[in-house]
Design a protein around this ligand. Structure first.
Ligand SMILES: [Zn+2]
Length: 213
């Protein structure tokens, strides 16, 4: 039975987590779950047709529960238009195979949402991972139906603005264990760590669905 607490990590040995990998390095291990995508920091402008085909192939694997990490970053990763095009391709793939998207979003929330809306893909569930934006950005994303995933560092007002049924937690590339992230989030919300863990697990289950095997 799948039980995912950590919605986004890059640690390949993580248990109870959605492990984000580049499809060219996809090597599924028993009992682990993955998301596959091309990170916006990497050379997405040089991706070949063959690279995109590898992504499509991996995306259909039963241990792959989401597409990502994809997204946009106005501070890193080169031409923002190329990032937008790559993000759109991930969204289209996610739509085609019925899986959600895990997105990196740094100072690009409006742009990200515009790409999604203009493509008519607002029905694709979107997780904004590593949410560090302020309350206004959080509200913008929430109003568009996004899930927000919080790691060890976050804006407390943005966290407080997030309804519990849209809340996820993650470790990403930090050294902070997921239980500690749950404690930090719980303290900020005046809840118990167990309440946060139960909430995040239930939301992940709802979002990622039950895998076929
Ligand atoms: Zn990441």
């Amino acid at each position: 039975m799948m039980e995912i607490l950590d919605i986004h990590t890059h640690r390949l040995d993580a248990q109870g987590a959605l492990i984000s990998v580049d499809p060219r390095q996809f090597d599924p291990q028993p009992g682990r779950w993955y998301s596959v995508g091309f990170h916006p920091w990497h050379d997405i402008g040089t991706l070949t047709t063959a690279d995109w085909a590898v992504l499509e192939q991996c995306a259909a694997h039963p241990q792959v529960l989401a597409i990502g990490e994809t997204g946009m970053d106005s501070l890193r990763g080169g031409d923002i238009n190329i990032q937008a095009t790559a993000f759109l391709r991930h969204l289209q793939l996610a739509h085609a195979i019925g899986k959600p998207v895990v997105a990196h979003c740094v100072r690009t929330a409006q742009r990200l949402l515009n790409v999604r809306r203009q493509a008519g893909l607002t029905g694709v569930p979107l997780v904004i991972h590593g949410m560090r934006g302020n309350e206004r950005v959080a509200q913008l994303l929430l109003d568009s139906g996004c899930f927000l995933s919080f790691g060890p560092r976050f804006n407390p007002a943005a966290l407080a603005a997030t309804p519990l049924d849209r809340l996820l937690i993650e470790t990403d590339d930090s050294q902070t264990p997921i239980n500690e992230v749950a404690t930090l989030v719980a303290q900020a919300l005046h809840l118990t760590p167990q309440q946060i863990k139960d909430t995040a697990k239930a939301n992940a289950q709802m979002l990622l669905g039950q895998p076929t095997h």
